[in-house]
Design a protein around this ligand. Structure first.
Ligand SMILES: Cc1cc2nc3c(=O)[nH]c(=O)nc-3n(C[C@H](O)[C@H](O)[C@H](O)COP(=O)(O)OP(=O)(O)OC[C@H]3O[C@@H](n4cnc5c(N)ncnc54)[C@H](O)[C@@H]3O)c2cc1C
Length: 379
């Protein structure tokens, strides 16, 4: 499949792949077991320009394309899916909307610190009563003395604990539901903003998932991102790109599952020969590889559409739906091929299975992706 990549993309793939194998792989399981945020790795990846891969040099980005970004997230997630989502949420869900919808002043103020990794970003759309139904947002933003005053609670914010810059969605007109939502840039040290519950999760345990509490959080009027009451569009456009970040994370988990399954199948002896000689095992590996290749083509195709400036919302939903279900399929088969050992912490297979599941849920569940695809087909 690499024949589809340019020389520059191949060089990036090689660089990230070597870094991840050398620096991320040895510590991934232990970090995950200890719910430890991989600060040192994030710092090193920042130095390598991996926190602003596809943004222009003028704001401190690495000036590469979006396909390169998907490759980097896959290679990183191949060893640690938590690190993959930390970077993906930061890049796709915070840097991207500020770059796309921000005023020149906002871009100059926020992007250099975010793209260099000096500051981490977190995107907060979800609330207790507003998950798939994001229009049910109850957090409010009211204009008081020419400043926005935010009240409410956001849930499940990836990077919420570490972030210094939030892109936050709040209702500026509750009666209008999706048409009354606006987006804001909120800085962590603003009085009234606090971190609430930190979720204990099935997987991706190195990344924080936090509640963000807002009590009379007062921010300058100019911190609105995009237009008044057009925040739902900001969120949806942002999630189009974000879904490809998650799809790439899923590709990384699938790749890891295939590589580990192949290795184990060649090493494990039963009935006097490697289990790789058994057709039952061979077919599982063949199915994993076939599904993974199909998913990768969908992800790279949608990413290429984004690079070309084409409308890619449906293709992004298709790629995310397929890649996330392939990640779960491959991780499940990986555990199966490892037999009882796959169910223990002695091997990475169980981590892949736990990590894969979330890719079917966040940034729109598989059901929501099907809804998006079906709506496009039936309109
Ligand atoms: C680890 C983690 C990290 C996250 N990170 C972030 C983040 O950084 N920022 C953020 O804003 N959010 C984040 N989320 C939230 C995530 O995007 C939501 O959990 C997800 O969108 C689903 O919403 P929900 O949990 O409320 O489920 P619900 O919307 O309550 O869904 C429950 C079930 O009903 C189904 N369902 C709901 N509506 C429909 C429908 N119309 N048609 C068919 N089926 C439907 C769903 O598919 C699901 O199976 C994160 C969540 C987790 C667990």
């Amino acid at each position: 499949m690499d024949y589809l990549l340019t020389e520059e993309q191949l060089m990036l793939k090689d660089m990230v792949s070597k870094y991840a194998a050398e620096k991320i792989a040895p510590v991934a399981s232990e970090n995950e077991r200890n719910h430890r945020y991989p600060a040192e790795i994030i710092n090193e990846l920042s130095e390598l320009g991996m926190l602003g891969i596809y943004f222009p040099d003028e704001y401190g980005g690495s000036g590469m394309d979006f396909v390169s970004y998907t490759i980097a997230i896959e290679e990183i997630s191949r060893h640690c899916a938590s690190t993959g989502v930390i970077i993906s949420a930061h890049t796709s869900l915070v840097c991207d909307p500020i770059f796309r919808f921000g005023t020149e002043e906002q871009k100059q103020k926020y992007l250099p610190d975010l793209l260099s990794g000096n500051k981490i970003g977190s995107f907060t759309l979800t609330e207790a009563g507003a998950g798939s139904d994001a229009g049910a947002t109850q957090t409010t933003a009211k204009l008081v003395d020419d400043k926005w005053v935010l009240n409410g609670a956001k849930l499940f914010a990836t990077n919420g604990k570490e972030a210094e810059t939030f892109v936050l969605l709040a209702s500026t007109d509750l009666s209008q539901k999706t048409r009354g939502i606006s987006a804001f840039i909120v800085e962590k040290d603003t009085p009234g903003l606090s971190i609430g519950k930190l979720e204990k999760k099935l997987g991706i345990r190195c990344s924080s998932t936090a509640e963000i509490i807002l009590e009379d959080v007062t921010i300058p009027k100019e911190n609105m991102l995009g237009e008044l009451n057009k925040g739902f569009k900001v969120a949806m456009v942002t999630l189009d790109g974000g879904r490809l970040g998650i799809a790439s994370q899923a590709l990384g988990i699938a790749k890891a599952s295939i590589e580990d399954a192949v290795k184990y199948a060649k090493e494990r002896i039963q009935f006097g020969r490697p289990i790789a000689d058994l057709q039952a095992i061979q077919w599982m590996i063949a199915d994993m590889k076939t599904e993974d290749d199909a998913a990768k083509l969908l992800v790279w195709s949608a990413a290429t559409m984004k690079d070309k400036g084409l409308v890619y919302s449906t293709e992004s939903a298709i790629a995310k739906l397929k890649a996330s279900e392939v990640a779960s399929f491959c991780a499940n088969k990986c555990v199966q091929i490892h037999g009882g050992y796959g169910y223990t912490e002695d091997f990475n297979a169980e981590r892949y299975l736990r990590d894969a599941k979330i890719t079917e849920i966040y940034e729109g569940t598989s059901e929501v992706q099907r809804l998006v695809i079906a709506r496009a087909m039936l309109k």
